[in-house]
Design a protein around this ligand. Structure first.
Ligand code: ATP
Ligand code: MG
Ligand code: FE
Length: 352
């Protein structure tokens, strides 16, 4: 089947065409992503109103390019998928409405995809990965450990109780005067810093649940930064190194617990999979690899372009749902909030 996927929940305007073969394997025919980072950088974060307007301006052209590059005609599509949430509601409306219009005009099924579900299913687009597996999703808006049991069957094992991990990286960068988005900047500065200079807290360490907390750590960095102000370049590097080391240690501990809970409830996962922009961080990748090895499970990470927000992941999730007959009505309402657990549509079985 051939599915067009549309992603507009945050600051990427994206469209892609993906094929799902009957053996369950996938192929990307096109994957066009326009990042609005430049539009939002002057404000140090994503501005919802600017994002929504940019999606309106850009989406038609992006869809046309995705179709053109895939050399596919609308009438050849098996379905059209859009991220129907969770996310910034203005953008979600733009993407979902566009998908509905295409579905209506070309008489093809609509698949309303949960953005988090798309992150969760992406590793199956590039690899033959069987259920169940464990997903660690860390981006600007989300930090979650999810048991992926089947298409439409997800159990959230842990989540952040305050800031998302990417958000914490961005805020730390901002308070140290580094440009947006801060994650890559903090990683770069940390590479030349002394992680031992500051004794930052390791949030949630040893807690029996698999939740995350990042705002206390962020505040500790802020306090230290204002105590040292004005900051020398070495101070900035050391603060970044200390923050990253603490975030990393906390993450490793939380995943360790998450994998233990997974095993108790669902048996051994086939892999630990990382996704989201934070998964681009080399130090965090290293820590995840170690956690997976210690737990006796395989570590997998989709290619960087599929870890961050893109259209191919939406198209793929749409194709996986379509293969099970899970299509949606044109009345499907956009959702600013949409828990992955609320998305259970198939019975709990681990088969593909
Ligand atoms: P959503 O949360 O809805 O998926 P998003 O746009 O925030 O949307 P991504 O594009 O996947 O998600 O990720 C962006 C986030 O990842 C930003 O917060 C950014 O700072 C962070 N990030 C990117 N590279 C790194 C890095 N090397 N180290 C740490 N964080 C990083
Ligand atoms: Mg983004
Ligand atoms: Fe995302």
């Amino acid at each position: 089947s051939l599915v067009l996927g549309i992603e507009t929940t945050c600051d990427e305007t994206a469209a892609a065409v993906v094929e799902r073969r009957s053996d369950g394997s996938g192929r990307i025919l096109s994957n066009i992503v326009h990042s609005q980072i430049e539009d939002h950088a002057p404000f140090g974060g994503v501005v919802p109103e600017i994002a929504a307007r940019a999606h309106v301006d850009l989406l038609d052209g992006i869809v046309a390019r995705a179709m053109q590059q895939a050399a596919v005609n609308f009438k050849n599509l098996s379905g059209v998928a859009a991220a129907a949430g969770p996310g910034l509601i203005g953008g979600v409306i733009v993407g979902l409405t566009t998908a509905k219009a295409i579905a209506l005009v070309h008489n093809t099924p609509l698949i309303a995809v949960n953005h988090l579900e798309a992150h969760a299913l992406t590793p199956r687009l590039t690899d033959a990965l069987a259920f169940p597996y464990c997903l660690f999703l860390a981006s600007g808006g989300h930090t979650q450990i999810v048991a992926v049991l089947g298409v439409g069957n997800y159990v959230r094992l842990g989540t952040t109780v305050d800031d998302a991990m990417g958000e914490a990286f961005d805020k730390v960068a901002k308070m140290l005067g580094l440009p947006y988005p801060g994650g890559p900047q903090v990683e770069r500065a940390a590479a030349s810093g002394d992680a031992e200079r500051f004794a930052f807290p390791r949030p949630m360490l040893g807690r029996p649940d698999a939740n995350f907390s990042l705002s206390g750590l962020k505040t500790a960095v802020r306090n230290e930064a204002s105590r040292l102000s004005p900051l020398e370049p070495q101070d900035i590097n050391d603060l970044c190194a200390g923050f990253q080391a603490a975030a990393l240690e906390s993450t490793a501990d939380r995943l360790h617990v998450g994998l233990r809970i997974f095993r108790e409830r669902f048996g051994a996962p086939h892999a630990l999979v990382a996704a989201g922009g934070v998964a681009a961080n080399q130090a965090i990748r290293g820590a995840l690899q170690q956690v997976a090895t210690a737990a006796g499970t395989q570590f997998m990470i989709p290619p960087p372009a599929l870890c961050t927000d893109n259209g191919a992941m939406i198209a793929w999730a749409g194709a996986e749902r379509l293969a099970l007959g899970l299509v949606d009505s044109l009345e499907f309402a956009p959702r600013a909030r949409w828990l992955l657990d609320a998305n259970v549509t198939t019975p709990a079985k681990f088969a593909n």
